[in-house]
Design a protein around this ligand. Structure first.
Ligand code: HEC
Ligand code: HEC
Length: 256
């Protein structure tokens, strides 16, 4: 399930209208986000949604058959590869190609993202700099605003975990979606959607209170973006690897 962020697309488009080189160094989270959208539109039917449908090419992990410079990648993306089925995309703007290259480069970070990470350091980052306990619970400690992570290492790969940390809205599990309601008296309440039926809605709000509301009392209700902040630009590659390694180690072990 996907929560769209049309605003990001707009912002990044304006930002990028003027810039045209050194893609990787200047890429922002929103370039990468727009690049992913463009990738899914123009490229995914051949390369696959996750980028590994063509032999020896794994765009989803930044794995190419040889090292390319940003300029070479730009050329491939816009002009294709002569005498191969890799087509030119004539109606693609340079800005879009820049965003796609930024997206492809961002995926390289995800290659073995947990490799070399130190779980003990990751644990310290989790509780400290990451402030993850504000929203998550592990073995009985922390908040219930976000999903429980005690067994996350059993159910997600390191790639999926890194994606959750860098792009929290990219793939939200259906039972983790955020919902916002406005009551007829004008009160706004948002939280993790626990349940809803024809008559009522149950949310867990940001103070971990269970809120049960009758639909007849609401003037507005809608899904909203995940409140989880992205770590892009906040954690470097090493810190990300440490944190992912810690999450991978969470397998619901000793404490119930
Ligand atoms: C019609 C199918 C098709 C579409 C659409 C397509 N590709 Fe390709 N792409 C290929 C094929 C096939 C190859 C391998 C060509 C070869 O044999 O050299 C390739 C090669 C590539 C390579 C070179 C990889 C390497 O390791 O050498 C890159 C990068 C690439 N594509 C990116 C993209 C991007 C980005 C898009 C979307 C803008 C895209 N492709 C759209 C079929 C496609
Ligand atoms: C402001 C609250 C908030 C903070 C702070 C926060 N998260 Fe989250 N997190 C959420 C919510 C809500 C979700 C569920 C929606 C989603 O997937 O984005 C989530 C989802 C996740 C998931 C995906 C769970 C799954 O089932 O796939 C992981 C992993 C995760 N968070 C780890 C972290 C880590 C590690 C930190 C600290 C760096 C962190 N979160 C900080 C609220 C938060």
């Amino acid at each position: 399930m996907r929560v769209h962020q049309p605003l990001l697309l707009l912002v990044s488009f304006c930002l990028l209208a003027a810039s045209h080189f050194a893609v990787a160094q200047h890429a922002t989270g929103s370039d990468v986000f727009s690049g992913e959208q463009a990738y899914q539109n123009y490229c995914a039917n051949c390369h696959g949604k996750t980028g590994n449908q063509i032999a020896n090419i794994d765009l989803g992990h930044g794995i190419f058959r040889k090292p390319y410079s940003d300029d070479e990648l730009m050329n491939i993306v816009m002009k294709g590869i002569a005498n191969t089925p890799m087509p030119a995309t004539p109606n693609m703007s340079r800005e879009q190609a820049v965003q796609i290259v930024a997206y492809l480069r961002s995926r390289a970070v995800l290659k073995d993202v947990g490799a070399g990470g130190d779980a003990a350091r990751g644990k310290a980052l989790y509780a400290g700099k990451g402030a993850c306990t504000d929203c998550h619970r592990i073995n009985g400690e922390g908040s219930r605003v976000g999903p429980e992570l005690s067994r996350i290492g059993l159910v997600r790969t390191s790639d999926q975990l890194a994606t959750s940390l860098l792009d929290p809205n990219a793939e939200v599990q259906p039972n983790n979606r955020f919902y916002s309601v406005t009551t007829r008296s004008g009160q706004h309440i948002s939280g993790r959607l626990l349940n809803h039926d024809a008559y009522s809605v149950q949310l867990l709000d940001d103070k971990e209170q269970l809120r049960s509301l009758m639909k007849s009392d609401l003037q507005k209700e809608e899904f909203i973006a995940s409140p989880m902040p992205s770590l892009r630009g906040k954690f470097d590659d090493k810190e990300l690897a440490d944190l992912v390694q810690y999450l991978v180690s969470l397998r619901g072990a000793d404490k119930p």
